[in-house]
Write a new protein. Structure first.
Length: 175
């Protein structure tokens, strides 16, 4: 129990508490957010703020499977949109990048890692009801074939934002 009169009598304690809170707020985006279910770890889900009127938003993350059997991401749900799909990017015969739905779920190989990132696999939130806003995380549920439903939270960067700090590799090109 915190006695508020104690704060009044010792104002320095109050100042320290405020400073600690400010520090934690600054530190939060850099810390890796992990969500675990069985052998799976979902790391640092993130999305970008969308321009006014946008109907879709993308979601990215890294999914690790420490188990000895593959699992599959089958479905995604979030209150921010009417529906959500799992997409991949592909180059069509005219050399244009297009996105396609991943049929039958996205496999997470045994002992493997799948990275959802700009230009590759991503989640697509379609029919935005509550468009993502910078700095306002939103909740979603990922449904895996074996691990079951996993509640996660997406960090939201600015419109031009890349992966949040701590997402090593997400901004790498080539190779
Ligand atoms: Cu897409």
């Amino acid at each position: 129990m915190v006695n508020s009169r104690a704060f009044a009598r010792f104002p320095r304690i109050g100042t320290l508490a405020v400073a600690a809170a400010a520090f934690m707020a600054l530190a939060a985006p850099a810390s890796a957010q992990e969500f675990k279910a069985g052998d799976l770890t979902v790391e640092q889900p993130w999305s970008r703020a969308t321009p006014a009127g946008a109907q879709v938003a993308a979601g990215y993350m890294v999914i690790r499977n420490a188990g000895s059997a593959p699992d599959r991401l089958m479905a995604v749900e979030s209150g921010i949109s009417g529906k959500a799909e799992i997409h991949t990017m592909a180059v069509d015969d005219k050399g244009v990048m297009t996105m396609r739905m991943v049929e039958g779920g996205l496999e997470i190989p045994a002992g493997g890692t799948v990275e959802l990132k700009p230009g590759g696999y991503h989640l697509m939130f379609i029919g935005l009801k509550a468009p993502p806003k910078e700095g306002e995380p939103f909740a979603a549920t990922l449904s895996f074939e074996k691990a079951g439903p996993v509640a996660v939270e997406f960090a939201v960067t600015g419109m031009a934002g890349g992966a949040p700090a701590g997402m090593g590799g997400a901004m790498k090109h080539g190779g």
